[in-house]
Design a protein around this ligand. Structure first.
Ligand SMILES: C[S@@+](CC[C@H](N)C(=O)[O-])C[C@H]1O[C@@H](n2cnc3c(N)ncnc32)[C@H](O)[C@@H]1O
Length: 274
């Protein structure tokens, strides 16, 4: 466990996780390559269909082994293999809480079919009676509050729907974009997941760490992280990204380091964004 804590380890997640004896992760977020021929620097993202499905089963099983009994497991996946992920999760005994659709803007344009503008995000738990879900950490303003001025509205807001429309893809012009990894996920999307399904001090594992977004969001919310990534270059760059973030946080340039009273005025924006 200590080997992983607050580190991005370079290696194959199946091999690395197979060396671990005890479950250590309260939350796992996995965003694997989708087998669509995407260009990564090391991984080849176009393999035979059955090999990809077999590999998916192997890494999901390796993750399940290190997930704590009360842990949650989120998986982002494209259309082509979403159904396979659900079937494998059933076989592994994971319990589905939500099949989330992340609808994004700034997707790729097409000529002969409708443009794809969503990714599936599965939300599973190990135990349907014992898991973390911090509803108050992720509530958003409701239409009753904002549009209808309805007195019956819950002043704390409502839980977000399972279609997430508020997180655009991190495209070229965004300040957030690290610039060296084409699949960087929006940090605020990860913050919603981490805020809902873990507590401060918990360990959040990302077996396909990429640009380090999960770790960045975990740092922002006071969680521990563990990342695994097969490319040495991505590991080096992600560590630089995280070092910068930690230094900003220590200088008080992060929302979570603002005192709760001072944060009150920012609450609407902050909540709206996670
Ligand atoms: C879709 S990207 C993840 C992007 C990440 N969510 C982010 O926000 O930057 C998938 C990553 O998995 C890595 N990868 C592929 N096979 C791997 C393996 N067996 N073990 C660990 N990482 C792997 C790739 O190099 C790639 O960076």
């Amino acid at each position: 466990m200590q080997r992983f804590l607050n580190k991005i380890i370079c290696g194959d997640c199946i091999e690395v996780l197979s060396e671990v004896k005890d479950p250590f992760a309260e939350l796992i977020f996995a965003d694997p390559p989708f087998n669509i021929g995407y260009k990564y620097d090391k991984y080849h993202d176009k393999v035979e269909k059955n090999n990809y499905i077999g590999w998916t089963r192997d890494w999901m099983a390796a993750c399940k082994k290190v997930l704590k009994p009360s842990g949650s497991f989120y998986i982002a996946i494209g259309d082509d293999y979403a159904a396979n992920v659900k079937v494998i999760a059933d076989e592994l005994g994971l319990v589905m809480r939500n099949w989330i659709i992340w609808h994004y803007t700034f997707g790729q344009q097409t000529k002969k079919k409708f443009a794809r503008s969503h990714t599936h995000i599965f939300y599973f738990v190990n135990d349907k009676k014992n898991y973390t879900f911090n509803d108050n950490a992720v509530r958003v303003s409701s239409a009753r509050q904002l549009v209808y001025n309805d007195r019956r509205a819950n002043p704390a807001g409502k839980l977000p729907d399972d279609v997430w429309i508020e997180f655009p893809r991190v495209c070229g012009t965004f300040k957030e974009r690290a610039g060296w990894h084409g699949c960087q996920m929006p940090e605020n999307l990860l913050k919603r997941i981490i805020a809902a399904s873990s507590n401060e001090g918990d360990c959040v594992l990302d077996p396909f760490s990429g640009s380090g977004t999960t770790a960045a969001a975990a740092i922002g919310l006071g969680r521990n992280y563990a990342g695994i990534e097969i490319s040495e270059e991505y590991v080096r760059n992600a560590n630089e990204r995280l070092a910068k973030l930690k230094s900003q946080k220590s200088q008080g340039l992060d929302i979570n380091s603002i005192k709760p009273q001072e944060r009150k005025n920012l609450l609407f924006d902050f909540k709206g964004s996670v």
